[in-house]
Design a protein around this ligand. Structure first.
Ligand code: HEC
Length: 272
């Protein structure tokens, strides 16, 4: 474990990442360096299932709570901490660390049946999407609440794991006095910071601070970007806000996001 730490630190030093970020080595090295064995877990594959038609897939992977213990010690269990997964293309997926209880999730690196480690994603008109090097899967066979989440929180092409604390979000958090903006912040955190950044926190799929990006747009244009991005740019890779939400809830979420983006000051030094 001592050797592993030193090696990880060295890898991190060259890339100016927060000190806790861990670049994942290939599975055989991850197993050797953590002393963990790999396991098989069967799940309802959310990218290839729809109501009434569930496709089960068995994956090989590392049990997540055990892996987090080895990678971060006890730090990941601190209240309010999120576990953050970065994909090769800059996509960022964060999950409350409390969801990682023993047996709830695995970091998969292949299929148990040795078929290609890919999924079809009809929702985004993609087939044969590569899942490696790592893919976060949840035990949604026994946990129906996890099944209801669909593919939310199942990042693939994961190359790096990090932790985020409430302090990391402090500069992006609005004043508590405006409940709509606070709700908007929570929605942005959930639905936008996967790809965009606010006050230096978030994913790297589209560069720039989201408040500045939103600045020149009218409320109407901004709302259309959020709910129907295809209308703003046909063929865009930006997805519409959670299509699983009922229409009224989606509308409300979009309005709260706009309120938040409009009221958050863009201070010098908080923009990349
Ligand atoms: C999966 C990644 C992804 C997510 C999630 C996402 N975006 Fe985007 N967004 C993009 C990409 C990529 C573009 C550039 C799109 C283009 O030009 O086709 C973009 C463009 C935009 C633009 C227009 C930028 C311009 O060119 O002026 C706005 C505004 C925007 N996003 C807001 C949001 C908001 C608000 C959310 C959350 C509700 C969000 N995005 C969620 C990836 C994403």
């Amino acid at each position: 474990m001592g050797v592993f730490r030193v090696m990880l630190r060295a890898a991190v030093a060259v890339t100016t990442l927060p000190a806790s970020a861990i670049e994942l080595p290939p599975p055989d090295r991850l197993a050797a360096e953590t002393g963990m064995s790999t396991q098989t877990v069967e799940v309802v594959e959310p990218h290839m299932s729809r109501p009434g038609h569930e496709l089960r897939v068995a994956y090989r992977g590392f049990e997540m709570s055990g892996l987090l213990d080895r990678l971060f010690g006890d730090r990941w269990k601190a209240t309010g901490t999120e576990v953050v997964f970065f994909a090769r293309d800059g996509y960022r997926s964060s999950t409350d660390s409390r969801r990682f209880v023993p047996g709830s999730a695995w970091l998969a690196f292949g299929r148990a049946d040795s078929k290609p480690f890919t999924v079809d994603n009809p929702g985004q008109h993609e087939t044969g999407v590569s899942l490696g090097p790592y893919y976060l899967v949840w035990d949604n066979l026994r946990d129906s609440a996890a099944r209801a989440q669909g593919a939310y929180g199942w990042p693939y092409q994961v190359v790096r794991i990090d932790l985020a604390t409430p302090a990391d979000y402090a500069a992006a958090r609005p004043q508590d006095s405006d409940p709509v903006a606070v709700e908007g912040f929570e929605q942005v955190r959930k639905y936008c910071l996967t790809c965009h950044q606010v006050a230096g926190i978030g994913g790297g799929k589209f560069p720039g601070d989201l408040r500045q990006i939103a600045g020149p747009l009218s409320d109407r244009a901004l709302k259309t970007w959020i709910t129907e991005p295809q209308k703003m740019h046909a063929g865009t890779t930006m997805p519409p806000l959670n299509a699983l939400l009922p229409e009224a809830e989606r509308d409300r979420a979009a309005d709260a996001i706009i309120r938040y983006l409009r009221m958050m000051p863009v201070r010098d030094g908080t923009t990349p």
